[in-house]
Design a protein around this ligand. Structure first.
Ligand code: GTP
Ligand code: MG
Length: 515
């Protein structure tokens, strides 16, 4: 182990604490939800008793009608409330690893795509001399993506298993589109890291500069707390379901995943698949194909993934990732905290536009309410589409999200370009939830000793790769962010320069007077 590697191992613990998993309050939230559910049932029972009691009187008949319709509404609402749990899954990994193919296959196997469509794609792919890409065409919907065989925009789709509704986010693997991958990963709870087992392909993805590494680091920083590592293309003639190849990939990936802050025992699961053929996906691989695999198939593994912490009672926060005009202004994003209901009054931050919620859509369906973790579209009145930018946040009026142009952060420097030094005046692109903004480090406040985790005494003027440093960061425009300790998902970020991720960090303080 050379000195650099040793240093990296030493700070492994620190990365964990920086990339922090917050306490697991899932159970508590489940309990609150159950309690609310019980209260609701009680209330409905009481209401219906009252209705029966009022039947005799004419005037009260009207009341009854009204109440009945309210009950119908409530019942319809209950029906509309998704019964299944919901998970957002992002597919990440090096270019051509098979993310779109695997995503497409999932949709096919779960009955979202019929045989005729597949045949149509097969023909289209053949016409474009991309025969083997037909499954990827399910996710790669635009012409550029299909011609080049590369995902550009994050593809979105939905499917269900018996236990869970899933939103799939199919990220691009190409290094030019890392910002799109960041936006996809920032909306996800769980990541499926797709790795190609084909000879040479695992190696290129895993090299320094390969996106297998970059995506893992970004995913962890962006709050993707669990990873399923699918070793794909097991059917390829260079692999042929070889246990040796699978074990080699698992043993090389494991230390790297640890280094990136994942608790491999608790938060990571490996499994072999063929996305193209659909093996070990909906049903377990047949022993005649792969005698040595005794673990789960992909659907089982996804179904067994725990739901992350969510707070349905928190102040409403939904970072806007996209918007368009459709009988009002429609904004899209993932609810990070609180709930949204038709008829709610809200505010779009930072421009403080007061808006009314006209409709809420979950997947393809109109719903009356959506809670945290849901990927939704919300139709608003009171704001023009052109007055909204991605990175703005739909927010509760009573506790709107803060907007600032300066904040304090704890950063971990990963890899500076050409081993440059990191000092006041350093400029980079800040990615935080859906925000992408130029930023400047205006002051280094303290360096943190990776060993003792304590601030170092001496004044810090510059730091190098691997350092932990607290600094002041400025942006030109107001951005809506939170302290990491309050809302992890809205307080963790990455810094990139010239298309490379140079640092990851968490917001530790907001300069509210900078708003
Ligand atoms: P980007 O979106 O560009 O990052 O690529 P991707 O990871 O989405 O890969 P994509 O699904 O487009 O597949 C790339 C190539 O790998 C295509 O030719 C696929 O047919 C092939 N491929 C994907 N999965 C498998 C597999 O399980 N087995 C084999 N043999 N080939 C596969
Ligand atoms: Mg793709």
């Amino acid at each position: 182990m050379d000195i650099d590697e040793k240093k990296i191992v030493d700070i492994e613990e620190e990365i964990r604490s920086l990339q922090l998993d917050s306490a697991d309050t899932t159970e508590m939230i489940d309990e609150i939800a159950q309690h609310e559910e019980l209260e609701k049932v009680d209330k409905m029972e009481e209401d219906s008793k009252e209705v029966v009691h009022n039947q005799a009187v004419e005037v009260e008949k009207k009341v009854k009608e009204k109440e009945n319709s309210a009950l119908d509404d409530e019942a319809a609402f209950e029906k509309e409330l998704p019964k299944k749990r919901h998970l957002n899954v992002v597919f990440i990994g090096h270019v051509d690893a098979g993310k779109s193919t695997t995503g497409g296959q999932i949709l096919f196997l779960s009955g979202q795509v019929d045989d005729r469509t597949i045949q149509k794609y097969e023909k289209e792919a053949k016409d474009k001399s991309r025969e083997s890409w037909y499954m990827a065409y399910i996710m790669d919907t635009n012409e550029e993506e299909r011609v080049k065989g590369k995902t550009v925009e994050v593809g979105r789709a939905h499917f269900e298993t018996e236990m869970t509704r899933f939103t799939i986010l199919d990220a691009p693997g190409h290094k030019s589109y890392v910002p799109n991958m960041i936006s996809g990963a920032s909306q996800a709870d769980v990541g499926v890291l797709v790795i190609s087992a084909r000879k040479g392909e695992f190696e290129t993805g895993y090299e320094r500069g390969g996106q297998t590494r970059e995506h893992v680091q970004l995913a962890k920083t962006l709050g993707v707390s669990k990873l399923l590592v699918v070793v794909n293309k097991m059917d390829d003639p260079t692999v042929n379901w070889s246990k040796e190849r699978y074990d080699e990939i698992e043993s090389k990936m494991t230390p790297f995943l640890k280094l990136s802050g994942y608790n491999v025992k608790k938060d990571v699961q490996f499994l072999p698949i063929s996305g193209l053929i659909g093996t070990n996906m909906k049903t377990r691989v047949d022993k005649s194909v792969c005698s040595w695999w005794g673990g789960p198939c992909l659907f089982e593994a996804l179904d067994a993934t725990e739901i992350p912490q969510r707070d349905p009672k928190g102040p409403f926060r939904m970072p806007i990732i996209d918007k368009f005009k459709d009988m009002g202004t429609v904004v899209m994003g993932k609810v990070e905290s609180g709930s949204v209901r038709e008829g709610d009054s809200m505010v779009v931050m930072p421009n403080k536009a007061h808006v009314k919620v006209l409709a809420v859509f979950c997947d393809e369906d109109k719903v009356k309410r959506a809670g945290p973790g849901e990927n939704v579209r919300v139709r608003l009145s009171g704001v023009e589409e052109e007055d909204i930018l991605s990175g703005f946040v739909l927010s509760s009026i009573s506790r709107p999200i803060p907007s600032v142009s300066e904040f304090e952060a704890q950063l971990q420097i990963l890899e500076l370009l050409d081993n440059a030094i990191f000092t006041a005046g350093y400029k980079a692109v800040l990615h935080i939830h859906a925000v992408v903004e130029e930023c400047e480090i205006v002051e280094l406040l303290q360096q943190i000793d990776p060993k003792t985790k304590k601030p170092m005494k001496r004044k810090v003027l510059f730091v190098k790769n691997g350092a932990f440093v607290v600094c002041r960061v400025q942006v030109n425009n107001l951005i809506c962010i939170e302290k990491f300790s309050d809302f992890p998902q809205l307080g963790r970020f990455t810094l990139r320069t010239e298309g490379k991720t140079v640092a990851v960090g968490k917001v530790t303080g907001l300069n509210l007077s900078s708003a």
